[in-house]
Design a protein around this ligand. Sequence first.
Ligand SMILES: NC(=O)c1ccc[n+]([C@@H]2O[C@H](COP(=O)([O-])OP(=O)(O)OC[C@H]3O[C@@H](n4cnc5c(N)ncnc54)[C@H](OP(=O)(O)O)[C@@H]3O)[C@@H](O)[C@H]2O)c1
Length: 417
Amino acid sequence: MAKLKIGICGWGNVATGLYEQLINGNEFYSDWEISCIGARRDNSRCNPGSTKIIRDIFDVVKEDIDVLVELIGGVETARDLITEALNSGKHVVTANKAVIFEHGEELINLAIKNNVRLLFESAVCAGTPTIKILSNDLSANKISKVAGMLNGTTNFILSKMEEGASYADVLKEAQDNGYAEPDPSLDVNGTDAAHKIGILSALAFNSGLPAPDFYIEGIEDIQPHDFIYAEDFDFTIKHLAVAKLSAGGIELRSHPVMLNKNSSLAGLKGVRNGIQFDTDLLGAFHVAGSGAGRESTASGLISDLHALSKSPEILPINYPDFSNKPNILNFNDLIFKFYVYLEVKDEAGVLALISKIFADHSISFDKVIQKDQLENSNVPVVIFTDPIIESEMQIALEDLTNHPEIFNFKIIRIEDL
Ligand SMILES: NC(=O)c1ccc[n+]([C@@H]2O[C@H](COP(=O)([O-])OP(=O)(O)OC[C@H]3O[C@@H](n4cnc5c(N)ncnc54)[C@H](OP(=O)(O)O)[C@@H]3O)[C@@H](O)[C@H]2O)c1
């Protein structure tokens, strides 16, 4: 390919970050040309100079470009735009995990049919190399587990809460810094990480993309006191997404966890993402780096553009075998150790009652501590359980609601990494 002609669609955080990198950055971009930008409105943050601006993003497809970079986010319009580009013989690079998770099979098949590339390195962990590493560099390995902190905003919020900041203040700071997704609820409710682990699961286990009905939980209920109690036992709290291959199928989940502070992922703070791949040849293999933000995402996008400009005839990743439908295990059948937080009435016999409820469901305790009285005169009780099946823990929690001496309760699953 002579000069790589690029059309950028969207003109928000990531698109302007990419533009600035391409204009000001490395020498090897001199072989590339930003032919046009599809921006439905100007962005005061970035002056596109004399670059052609097209107000209807679908008109970008009609321009003389080799690759369309989709940076509008969302699902259905992005799917239509990518479809039109691929059908018009244009390569597509996207940072959009939602569209890859929901329509990846259809879009990749379309790319193959039209003999063009659909690349999405920055859809997982932004610029931190993940997709190409998993797809190429680990290809000799059998992967048994992928466990990752895959959402930069969530890790940013949890890290700041660990230092004592409030949830609402930190979420605003993440939005102001451009780390949060266009809809930040997708970050904090675990959906964004779920999309990413779904994509990684397909690549790691060479299967189709999973249906979106696996277990997803966000960080909205995590409180500052959970960090204090976690610390007492050398744990910290992170949001983790896991894909694990078992004899019966794939364990897939996205939820907060308590991690031992010695775990390699526990020390990652701020917008850093990290993944542990359990492999047969390399053992545990880790990647970590910035997982959000305009510069980091530009880095991943540029890696895809570089692959296209260097050798467009070579597919830089192995697409998964979509005919191999993944069998996702029932979350209720999985076994975890749990942190259980309860607020109870400060009266005799309540601890014995709690012990009986859990014993009735065959749940034994590793540790129990009763903390000092709260301002509302209730007493917090913190329990770390031995391993127990999820469904049994849910029944025990339901049982707790029948007792007026027990007020709030919450669980966080403990992950051994
Ligand atoms: N932010 C990150 O750190 C990060 C990291 C990795 C991946 N990503 C992914 O990168 C993509 C872009 O994220 P972002 O943070 O740049 O979002 P953003 O700041 O909200 O930018 C989105 C841009 O797309 C435009 N747009 C949205 N829908 C459109 C439509 N139907 N027609 C025309 N233009 C449309 C928006 O225009 P208006 O301003 O007019 O709405 C805006 O210019 C997303 O897929 C996101 O998941 C982001």
